[in-house]
Ligand binder design. Structure first.
Ligand SMILES: Cc1cc2nc3c(=O)[nH]c(=O)nc-3n(C[C@H](O)[C@H](O)[C@H](O)COP(=O)(O)OP(=O)(O)OC[C@H]3O[C@@H](n4cnc5c(N)ncnc54)[C@H](O)[C@@H]3O)c2cc1C
Length: 383
C-alpha cells in the first residue's frame, strides 16, 4: 500500500512465498468463507492443502516436517490472509503455529518427532489450552490440576475460549503440578484429545470471528503418560508461556496492520464509486480527510509491524517492542474499521460487506494474545 515500499527483510524467496500464499488464499480460503461462517468452524481440507504446499508450519525446522523458514515467512503468510479478508482460518492457523512452536522450542526430541510432522502436513490440528473460566490474564492462578498417577499424571479441570477447540487433535495445556505454588506450580502438557475423560463442551457464540471455533473443554481425570509433560521437567510452564508470547504478539501486530490496510482499500474503492449529491463520496472534504488520516495510520502501523519482523529476524525483538506493536496497532485497527464503516453508511452495517465483518472481528484483538492493558504493564516494566 505504501508506494515503492519493500521492507528490509523482504527477499526474492519471500516474494515467491507471498505469491504462493496469495494463490492459496484465493483458491482454498476465500471460496469457503461463507460456509465456514455458517458452520462456525473451518474444515480439515484447508489444513491439509496448506500442509501439502508447505505453508502450514513455514518456520518450523525441516527436521520435523516444517518448511525451515523464519519469522518473516509466517509474517508474509499472515499478511496475505488478512488483506484477503480472512479471519476464520487465520485465527485457527496461528494458534496451530503457536502450539507447534512450543513443541519445537521446549519439547524433547521424542515429543518433536511424535507431533511436529503431523502438524506440518495438516494431518493433525493443534490448539492452546491456557485460559480457564476463572483465569485468563492471571495464568499463575489456573485451577486445572495434573496430579501424579503411577508413572504419569491425571488431569482434572476446565478450559474456555479455546480456538480450534472442536477440531484439535492435540493441545498444549497448562495445568498445576504443584497447586501450592503460583508460577512455579504451572506445567505444560502435550495432550492427545483422544484421551478418555476429555470432552469438548459448547462451541461458544461470539460477536465476531464466526468462522473460527471457540470452545469450552473439560478434562475429567484424563490419564496421560509422563512423556506428555512438555520438555520433561515440571514447573516450567509459566516461564515457557511468558517467553513464547513475544512471537504471538508480534504476529498480532502484523495481522492488525494488514487488516487496517485492507479496510483502507475497500473503503477507498467504495467511496470512489458511491455517488451522493451528484458526485463521488470521495469528493467530499470529510471523506478525504478521513481517508488521509487512515492512510497515515495504515502506513505507521505497517512500518511498526515490519520493524518487529526485522528485529525478530535479527534475534533482537524484546517484550517491550512486541507489546508496543500489539497494543497500538490493535487499538488502531478498532478505530480505523469503525471510521471506515461510517463511510459506508447503512451498507457498512450489513454483513455482506467486508467492512462489517472487519468491524466485528476487530474487537477481539485488544483482548487476546495478552490484553492491551497487560501490554502497557509490560512496557511499563522496561521504563
Ligand atoms: C475469540 C477468542 C479466542 C481465544 N482463544 C484462546 C485460545 O486458543 N487459548 C487460550 O488459552 N485462550 C484463548 N482465549 C482467551 C484469551 O486469551 C483471554 O480472554 C485473555 O487472555 C483475557 O483473559 P480473560 O478473558 O480471563 O480476562 P481477564 O483476565 O478477566 O481480564 C479482564 C480485564 O481486566 C484487565 N486486567 C487484567 N489484569 C489487569 C491488571 N493487572 N491491571 C489492570 N487491568 C487488568 C484485562 O486487561 C481485561 O480488560 C481466547 C479468547 C477469545 C475471546
Amino acid at each position: 500500500m505504501i508506494d515503492n515500499y519493500r521492507p528490509h527483510w523482504m527477499t526474492e524467496e519471500l516474494e515467491s512465498l507471498r505469491d504462493l500464499a496469495r494463490r492459496f488464499v484465493a483458491e482454498q480460503v476465500t471460496p469457503n468463507q461463507e460456509r465456514w461462517y455458517e458452520e462456525g468452524a473451518t474444515d480439515r481440507a484447508v489444513w491439509r492443502k496448506a500442509g501439502e504446499l508447505g505453508i502450514l508450519l513455514s518456520d518450523i525446522s525441516t527436521d520435523y516436517g516444517g518448511s525451515g523458514g523464519g519469522f518473516a515467512h509466517e509474517a508474509v503468510i499472515a499478511h496475505e490472509l488478512c488483506v484477503a479478508g480472512d479471519a476464520s482460518w487465520r485465527t485457527g492457523k496461528q494458534i496451530h503455529v503457536i502450539a507447534a512452536h512450543y513443541i519445537e522450542r521446549y519439547g524433547t526430541e521424542a515429543q518433536k518427532q511424535a507431533w511436529l510432522p503431523g502438524l506440518a502436513s495438516g494431518e493433525l490440528i493443534a490448539g492452546m489450552g491456557m485460559t480457564e473460566p476463572g483465569a485468563g490474564t492471571d495464568l499463575q492462578n489456573i485451577r486445572t490440576r495434573a496430579e501424579k498417577h503411577g508413572d504419569g499424571y491425571r488431569i482434572h479441570g476446565a478450559k474456555t475460549f479455546i480456538t480450534n477447540g472442536s477440531l484439535a487433535d492435540v493441545l498444549v495445556v497448562a495445568a498445576k503440578t504443584d497447586p501450592g505454588e503460583k508460577a512455579r506450580g504451572v506445567s505444560l502438557f502435550i495432550f492427545d484429545t483422544r484421551t478418555p475423560g476429555f470432552r469438548v463442551g459448547r462451541r461458544l457464540k461470539k460477536i465476531g470471528l464466526h468462522g473460527s471455533d471457540t470452545c469450552e473443554l473439560f478434562f475429567d481425570g484424563c490419564e496421560v503418560p509422563a512423556e506428555a509433560l512438555l520438555g520433561g521437567a515440571e514447573g516450567q510452564g509459566f516461564y515457557q508461556m511468558m517467553r513464547d508470547l513475544t512471537y504471538e504478539r508480534a504476529l498480532a501486530g502484523i495481522n492488525c496492520a494488514a487488516v487496517i490496510e485492507h479496510a483502507f482499500q475497500v473503503t477507498r474503492d467504495y467511496v470512489r464509486e458511491r455517488k451522493l449529491f451528484g458526485k463521488a463520496l470521495l469528493e467530499q472534504q470529510n471523506t478525504r480527510f478521513e481517508l488521509a488520516e487512515i492512510k497515515t495510520i495504515a502506513t505507521i502501523s505497517r512500518l511498526l509491524a515490519d520493524f518487529t519482523v526485522e528485529r525478530m529476524v535479527e534475534g533482537t525483538l524484546d517484550t517491550s517492542l512486541a507489546s508496543m506493536s500489539k497494543w497500538w496497532i490493535s487499538d488502531q485497527q478498532c478505530e480505523v474499521v469503525h471510521r471506515c464503516l461510517q463511510l459506508f453508511g447503512g451498507h457498512g452495517y450489513m454483513l455482506e460487506y467486508p467492512i462489517a465483518r472487519m468491524f466485528i472481528d476487530a474487537r477481539i484483538e485488544p483482548i487476546y494474545a495478552g490484553s492491551n492493558e497487560t501490554m502497557k504493564d509490560l512496557i511499563g516494566r522496561s521504563l
